[in-house]
Design a protein around this ligand. Structure first.
Ligand SMILES: Cc1cc2nc3c(=O)[nH]c(=O)nc-3n(C[C@H](O)[C@H](O)[C@H](O)COP(=O)(O)O)c2cc1C
Length: 233
C-alpha cells in the first residue's frame, strides 16, 4: 500500500519531519509528520525517498469490515451520530466519525470515541496530525445547507468536506442526508447543488425536519452499499 500514500505538504513545518532514510517502526507515525493520509486529500505524493513504513498506521481494511467515514455537520442530529456509529460497528463496519468544525460542537467526543472505537476528527491541523484509513464509503448525515452547497461547488476547506469531496472524485459510494429548514431548502442554490450532486452519483436520502432524523433509512441504505461492496470485491 506504499504506492498510494500521501502527506500534506507544508514548506515551513513547525516541527521536524521524518528524514529520508530514517526507518520508523511499523505502526509509528513520525513525530511532527504533519498530516499523513493514505488518501489524496489536499496533498501531493510523498517523494520517492520518503522513509518506508512512515505511514503504516494508515490502511484500508478488509471489505468484510468496510471503512466508513461518517461525517456530521453543525446541526442537532449530529448529537446522535456516536450511537449510530456504535450500531454500525456491531454490524461489522469500521466507522470513523469526522465532524465539521461546527458539527464538533454537537459531539461528545469521549462518548463518540467509545462508540466508534476511533478518535473523532474534525479539522486539518498541522500540529495534530490526522491519520485515517481510506474509506470504502462516506456518509454525510446530517448534512447542512452549508456543507451541501459547498460540496457541490467543489469546496473542500474542512476535513469533513475534504474526505467527502475526495470520495466523490474517487467514485466511492457517498450517501448524503440533508437536514435543514424549508427556507434553506427553498434557496435557489440548494436546488442547483442537489442536481449537481445527483449528477455526480451522490445518493441523496429524503429527510423532513418535521419528523425525526431518518437513521433507520440511512442504516438500510448502508446495508445495501455494504452488500454491493462485497459483491463487487
Ligand atoms: C443549534 C443549531 C442548529 C442548527 N441547525 C441547522 C440545520 O438543521 N440545518 C442547517 O443547514 N444548518 C443548521 N445550523 C447552522 C449551521 O451550523 C451553520 O450553517 C454552520 O456554518 C454549518 O457548518 P457545517 O456545514 O460545516 O457543519 C444550526 C446551527 C445551530 C447553532
Amino acid at each position: 500500500m506504499q504506492g498510494d500514500k500521501y502527506r500534506y505538504d507544508r514548506t515551513t513545518p513547525r516541527v521536524p519531519t521524518a528524514r529520508p532514510g530514517k526507518q520508523l517502526a511499523a505502526g509509528q507515525l513520525p513525530s511532527g509528520s504533519l498530516i499523513v493520509w493514505d488518501t489524496e486529500i489536499l496533498a501531493k505524493p510523498v517523494s520517492s525517498d520518503a522513509p518506508s513504513g512512515m505511514i503504516s498506521l494508515t490502511r484500508r481494511g478488509s471489505i468484510m469490515r468496510p471503512v466508513l467515514h461518517l461525517v456530521g455537520c453543525g446541526t442537532r442530529p449530529t448529537e446522535d451520530l456516536p450511537d449510530f456509529a456504535a450500531e454500525l460497528r456491531i454490524a461489522d463496519w469500521e466507522p470513523h466519525i469526522i465532524a465539521s468544525p461546527v458539527g464538533r460542537r454537537f459531539v461528545d467526543t469521549d462518548h463518540a470515541a467509545g462508540c466508534s472505537g476511533q478518535p473523532v476528527r474534525w479539522d486539518l491541523d498541522p500540529d495534530d496530525p490526522v491519520s485515517l484509513p481510506k474509506a470504502h464509503c462516506v456518509a454525510v448525515a446530517p448534512a447542512t445547507f452549508n456543507t451541501i452547497t459547498k460540496l457541490a461547488a467543489g469546496i473542500a476547506d474542512t476535513l469533513a468536506l475534504a474526505v467527502t469531496a475526495e470520495a466523490v472524485g474517487a467514485r466511492l459510494p457517498v450517501v448524503v442526508v440533508p437536514w435543514m429548514n424549508s427556507s434553506l431548502a427553498n434557496h435557489p442554490q440548494y436546488d442547483r447543488a442537489m442536481r449537481t450532486l445527483r449528477e455526480w452519483g451522490v445518493q441523496l436520502l429524503p429527510a423532513d425536519q418535521s419528523q425525526s432524523f431518518p437513521w433507520a433509512l440511512l442504516r438500510e441504505r448502508l446495508d445495501q452499499v455494504r452488500t454491493e461492496l462485497v459483491h463487487a470485491s
